[in-house]
Design a protein around this ligand. Sequence first.
Ligand SMILES: [Zn+2]
Length: 508
Amino acid sequence: MSSKPFGYVYDERMLGHECKYDSTMAECPKRMKLIYERLQKDKLLDGAVKIDAREANDSEIRLNHPQQLIDEIVSLNSTEKCEEYCKDKEILWTCENTNEAARVAIGGSIELVKAAMEGKIHNGFAMVRPPGHHSYGKVAQGYCIFNNVAIAAKYAIEKLEVKKVAIVDFDYHAGNGTYQSVKDESRIHLTSFHGHHFGAFWPFSRDYDYATNSQNTLFVPLNGTMNSEGDYVSVFHHVLLPMLEQFQPELILISAGFDSGYYDVMMEFGQGVKAHGYGHMARLLSQICPGKILAILEGGYHPYNYTESASMMVRGLLNLPLPRLDIPERISGALLETTWNILNHHSEWYPKLGERLKLLEHQQKELGLPQFAFDQTMFLGEKMRKMYDDMKKHRIVRTREWFPEMSDDQVAVCKQKIDEYIQEYEFTSEHPTPSESQLVAQCVWDEAARSDAFLQAIPFATALVQEFNAFVEGKRENMMICDRELYTEAVKSGVLEAHTPITTTRPE
Ligand SMILES: [Zn+2]
């Protein structure tokens, strides 16, 4: 245990950021409040030091955003203006308090970084909102105004002379804003685990597949649903940890979204990371950069999941005993395919990954199996992207009720599923590192693995395509920011060309 205290940021000014024209918004004040109350209840903040947040100034925000975006957010001084502003944005709501809350979120994140780099704290957690990882340049989107984590990383480099910073984003959604913010900055390394589903998942872009052109970026696109905490941690061992060992960051910022948690609001279409998985991921990162691991809150929407997950993550950051983690014998289908793809793609930049790849190839040979072959990755998002871009261009973005609220039954199912695994927790301080042979054995690529990958990925990708097609064919009222009525009007008046369904028949 460190003699230095854990640091945290919590400031009620960020609760003032609340959508005044729609009460169904998943990103809401209680997310932050419930996490804070849970950490208090679990006594995880006893002995910790509260780092005072403050409003960031314009020059700090300009580390990552142009003055134009800053001025736009400042000008939003009525509910009407706020909703009007969001009519050409992707999944964004604002209110009159947004400017203050967003500045406090950044100021809090920066102060936490300063406290860590000045050696005042050992690890920390900024409970902040609005979240930040989808925002970049002049683009506020995805509930995010300014990019808290990117600004914090750039502040460390520009103002505190930190040589290298790594960002690890395990939110279910792509750290797309963070990527756009840091892709040309070789002093920052970004890892993002995110739903991709062959591009049929927001932000519907090829940019977030594994084959990134930036050496400083590791993407783990998730094409399958319900990958477990053991799957995530396996990818840490195979790829992320060796990469970070080579990169040698002095500071690691976690974009801590808990919406990949087991039975968060997407239920069985989401990911399956049980709460203690977040603790284990935090603990492993602590080995790379002891004391300099700072989590910054992003998403997570089912209270029972995100409070449990945040509590476990903080236990990991405090190096307290965690429930035992199961490492799977084989990485789950689609993620195994992605792991092979990542190792192939990144091995020329990272010698340790090249060594790992050789071991895997040797194993294939020993088992008499053909070598893993790169395949042209399927991409389903083209028409979806075009539709979103059209909606924005014509300022006909739907600004309300993007997602149906969970029914009482669904809430109860999620709670029950989470309770089931909590009851099986066995706390221990012993967490052996999986052996090299165990890791290599996780990656056998045979006929069964190939069909598992396909079977795990297809149902959700199909559901996403069907959702789009149903909207285009007029059988659905909305598809997130796309509104049937606004769309029909625009097509009728000729400003918008009618969209066509995605067909799945193979060309001859
Ligand atoms: Zn998210």
